[in-house]
Design a protein around this ligand. Structure first.
Ligand code: ATP
Length: 328
């Protein structure tokens, strides 16, 4: 493939997610395969502003496919939100002979890339890296599958103690705006109730359901709550409410927090990252810009970045139905 692209920068931006290293590795190795120079940018867009660059070759990314986090570090850069900040970043890229970049991050990082492209007509491609799976145009974002497995693993452990003590556990998982982790991990871990931002069936329905399961002989229960659930109560308030209304329940709360972002990526995330990285570099080589490399129906595909940012993902109604049936 003959390409005008000679030097590609790669960066990770926003929240970290397992699989980001595998994506960096893929971008670097694809560049090496096509004899394109590759530059790693440290600390997201802030590293562009500070010219925190490092030349990468195929050997710079040895033994990172299995590592969580990101070797390039990540950051949220307020300076990049300013015209002056972005101008500094542009000057640094030009000074270093960089003619395009691949950003691995969430919708905020994609918005930054779009703004930058509009101002400087600089070729950019996005790879979706966020555990929330909230990006339009891809069935999966990097890190989501790993996070699901982490959450299921922890809920299995919580269930051991819940059933030994006949307790009811409220487990809060990540998901401010979307309930993918809660719904999928909840079904996967056999939760009795799952509360997600997309659906508010009311707190009293949950009470009824818990009463019913006690009557039917269940002695312990797990309720999975997404951070952004719409009951209007946080997970501790929910637990208090249930304890007040169902006095024979002993209730405990577990907030999983940042552990959901960590850990070695699953095989699924590693393979996905490898595929997206190749697609991102080849797309730049074809002279295209402003796309996100995603996956739909197990095919790697491109979605315009602005659509990836603006489009709304939809929760799987069939899975909600399955969850309802499973809690009978
Ligand atoms: P996560 O899903 O984990 O939150 P994200 O990529 O959405 O990841 P953000 O903090 O929203 O994370 O965005 C990352 C960075 O992208 C910001 O710190 C900022 O530097 C840049 N960015 C976001 N929005 C804009 C914008 N409108 N203009 C310029 N830069 C932006």
């Amino acid at each position: 493939m003959i390409s005008k692209i000679k030097k590609i920068a790669v960066l990770t931006s926003g929240g970290d997610a397992p699989g980001m290293n595998a994506a960096i590795r893929s971008v670097v190795r694809t560049c090496a395969f096509y004899n394109i120079e590759c530059i790693g940018v440290y600390r997201g867009y802030q590293g562009m502003i500070d010219a925190d660059f490092k030349e990468m070759n195929a050997r710079s990314v040895n033994n990172i496919i299995n590592k969580g986090g990101t070797i390039l570090k990540t950051a949220r850069s307020e300076e990049f939100r300013t015209v002056e900040g972005r101008k500094k970043a542009y000057d640094n890229l030009i000074k270093n002979g960089i003619d395009s970049f691949v950003v691995i991050g969430g919708d905020g990082s994609f918005t930054g890339a779009l703004v930058f492209n509009k101002e400087f007509n600089f070729p950019v491609i996005g790879i979706p890296g966020t555990i929330d799976n909230d990006i339009f145009g891809t069935n999966y974002t990097l890190g989501y599958d790993t996070a699901l497995n982490t959450v299921v693993d922890v809920i299995d452990k919580i269930r051991d103690t819940a059933s030994s003590h006949n307790r009811l556990f409220f487990v809060e998982v990540m998901g401010r705006d979307v309930g993918y982790i809660a719904l999928n991990a909840g079904v996967g871990a056999g939760a009795e109730e799952i509360l997600i931002p997309e659906e508010d069936l009311g707190i009293d329905r949950m009470l009824e359901s818990l009463k019913k399961s006690r009557k039917s002989g269940k002695t312990s229960s797990i309720v999975v709550v997404a951070e952004g659930d719409k009951t209007g109560r946080n997970v501790f308030e929910l637990a208090d409410y249930v304890e007040q209304n169902l006095p024979n329940y002993e209730v405990r709360v577990s907030v999983l927090g940042h552990m959901q972002r960590g850990g070695s990526p699953s095989c699924f995330d590693r393979v996905l990252a490898s595929r997206m990285g190749v697609k991102a570099v080849e797309t730049l080589m074809e002279g295209k810009s402003n796309f996100m490399a995603g996956i739909k129906d197990n095919k790697i595909c491109l979605t315009p970045l602005d659509l990836a940012v603006k489009g709304k993902t939809k929760i799987n109604q069939e899975l909600i139905r399955v969850s309802d049936i499973m809690t009978t």
